[in-house]
Design a protein around this ligand. Structure first.
Ligand code: KDG
Length: 309
């Protein structure tokens, strides 16, 4: 079986072929977009045995998503094809003020997942389970699923990416819910701007005070640095890159960090791996196609932090 399992919704992603607003773009590409499956695809590219668990509709878009993700080397045995609900869709809108997303996902097949979605023995097979704060926003049953995963007695280590999506729920609801869920995870990923929006905190140390239970809280301060706050605090500055498109960079970061954890790397190297994967993703308009090859990885990882800027 897989060493990592990533669980969450993946939608069909329609994006303008060139960065032109949705209202005017003449040509589009259709791909698969989902935070947790993006992480899975990166992990597969890095040589890990990884599975993705979710539900898709029994429709061409659902079959296309499963084929795409399986084609990237991810195990899709735990994906259920459902005839009672459709596959979700979302659009990327590259506006002059940044990329917006438009969701068509209410009532999707993935939103029907509930606490019985996967039996406990399947959940404890892998070493690590990766989930995110998108799932509890999808439906009441998805919220129960995430609570079940995080609160049961378990052997598996859980990484939780806060992934606050303002289009899915109001901050009054997301703030307390995401804090409560993050507190139950072993490793948490959160952007500093995201933490400010959700909880009004301004520094990585203040995030750690709010999330004091996980063994590690990884706070990403955008183009500046990433912090791993555990028994001690480790900071690694971010490499400078020309950002083409930011969507998917957080998933890439999580995958790099998780890859380091699975290989037993120290925290500094885990953060560097996160930065390298995120930097590659920032250079691409695809959510997940830009995994660096091994030579790139080695080149980036071998320079010392001052050499990154
Ligand atoms: O992290 C990128 C995701 O935002 C994107 O792939 C879509 O999963 C998605 C979501 O719910 O926003």
């Amino acid at each position: 079986g897989p060493e990592v399992l990533c669980l969450g919704e993946t939608m069909s992603l329609v994006s303008p072929a060139s960065p032109v607003p949705l209202e005017e773009a003449p040509v589009f590409t259709l791909s698969a977009g989902g935070a947790e499956s993006n992480v899975a695809i990166h992990l597969a590219a890095l040589g890990h045995r990884v599975g993705w668990a979710s539900r898709v509709g029994d429709d061409p878009l659902g079959r296309r998503i499963v084929a795409t993700i399986a084609g990237a080397g991810v195990d899709t045995d735990l994906v259920e094809v459902r005839s009672d609900a459709p596959t979700g869709v979302y659009f990327k809108d590259p506006t002059p003020d940044g990329t917006r997303v438009h969701y068509y996902r209410a009532g999707s097949a993935a939103s029907t997942m509930d606490e019985d979605f996967l039996p406990d023995d399947l959940l404890d097979g892998p070493e690590l389970l990766h989930i995110s704060g998108i799932t509890p926003a999808l439906s009441a049953s998805c919220d129960r699923l995430i609570r079940h995963l995080l609160s049961r007695d378990r052997d598996v280590r859980i990484t939780f990416d806060v992934n606050y999506r303002p289009a899915l729920w109001p901050v009054e609801q997301a703030g307390p819910t995401l804090r409560e869920l993050a507190q139950l995870a072993d490793t948490v990923f959160v952007g500093l701007d995201e933490a400010t929006a959700l909880w009004g905190v301004e520094t990585p140390e203040d995030v750690r005070k709010l999330l004091n239970r996980p063994s590690v809280v990884v706070v990403k301060d955008g183009a500046n640095a990433a912090y791993a706050l555990g028994a001690e605090t480790v900071v690694v500055p971010a490499p400078k890159v020309e950002v083409v498109e930011p969507v998917g960079a957080g998933d890439a970061f999580a995958a790099g960090f998780i890859s380091g954890v699975l290989r037993g790397a120290d925290v500094t190297r885990c953060l560097r791996l996160g930065h390298v994967l995120a930097a590659h993703s920032l250079l691409s308009t695809e959510d997940h196609t830009a995994s660096p090859d091994r030579a790139d990885l080695e080149r980036w990882l071998d320079c010392d932090e001052t050499g990154w800027n």
